[in-house]
Design a protein around this ligand. Structure first.
Ligand code: SAM
Length: 266
């Protein structure tokens, strides 16, 4: 049985390059395959963002890791975007991409794909430029703290949150996941939106030397956590990992997508 402290120690060996290679190249990120998992995630996010109901001043991505695909639709709807991660190596990886430095991961195909879903016919490079301009900060986060962003952002000041594969990947069990959800919920304004992508029934994943344990739970438990926290679930989708996506880097069985809105009275 793991603990929050043991998980935090284990993350010190997390290798961003290996993590990107495990999850963000084909077959998992194959834009020519309709069953591929990354296009599924991007479509869920794009559909919620196309609803016209999400927008405002500040968008925070909780536990960005070394990735930006999760904000490619949502960032357009906010004046300021804040990326966050627990690890300095991931924050550095993000800054490398934001500053277009050599060795940065190529998010071009992901951006191009989101442009094609959005169907506005704009060159993808324009979206890349806008995202780089819109990100104002890359800051530390700890979802196990009552104020996950410390003094950087006070409770109740954020219009929307995005988070992908973070809460379950740093929590020892379901109660710790629920508590972490409560902590990040505190950042949101009443009526604010959350777009969350999470692993279903996963017990571990690999990132180079690191083998990280994951809090394993079901689709129903994900839904219940949001409902119990006082959210209205606006959309909920799930994806079953096909055999072709099982590439030996984790034991994830499926993925959930939740679009939830914090009740005005919370
Ligand atoms: N969001 C990325 C994605 O979609 O691939 C990365 C997800 S990765 C599985 C989990 C992330 O959670 C890592 O970047 C890790 O640094 C971060 N993390 C670990 N402990 C954390 C904590 N206590 N609070 C917030 N994030 C944490």
């Amino acid at each position: 049985m793991s603990t929050i402290k043991a998980i935090a120690e284990n993350y010190q060996t997390f290798n961003p390059a290996a993590y990107l290679q495990n999850n963000y190249v084909p077959p998992r990120a194959d834009f020519s395959n309709p069953d591929s998992v990354v296009p599924w995630k991007l479509k869920c996010l794009a559909d919620a963002c196309a609803s016209g109901e999400i927008g405002g001043q500040i968008l925070v991505d909780i536990g960005s890791g070394p990735t930006v695909y999760q904000v490619l639709s949502a960032f357009e709807l906010f004046k300021e975007v804040i990326l966050t991660d627990f690890l300095e190596v991931n924050r550095e990886e993000l800054k490398k991409w934001l500053h277009d430095e050599p060795g940065a991961f190529d998010w071009g195909p992901f951006i191009n794909h989101v442009c094609s879903i959005e169907g506005k016919g704009e060159p993808w490079q324009e979206k890349r430029k806008r995202l780089r301009e819109r990100v104002s900060r890359v800051i530390p986060v700890n979802v196990h703290q009552p104020c996950p962003l410390g003094t950087e952002l006070a409770p109740g000041t954020v219009d929307a949150l995005v988070s992908s594969f973070c809460l379950e990947a740093c929590s020892p069990d379901y109660p710790a996941f629920v508590k972490a959800l409560q902590n990040i919920t505190g950042l949101l304004k009443p009526g604010g939106h959350v777009l969350m992508i999470g692993a279903l029934e996963e017990s571990y994943f690999l990132a180079g030397e690191a083998k990280l344990s994951v809090a394993s739970f079901t689709e129903e438990m994900t839904r219940k956590a949001f409902q119990d926290m006082g959210y209205v679930i606006r959309d909920f989708r799930s994806y079953t990992m096909p055999e072709s996506m099982k590439v030996g880097v984790d034991d994830v069985k499926g993925i959930s997508f939740v679009w939830a809105q914090k009740k005005e009275s919370n």
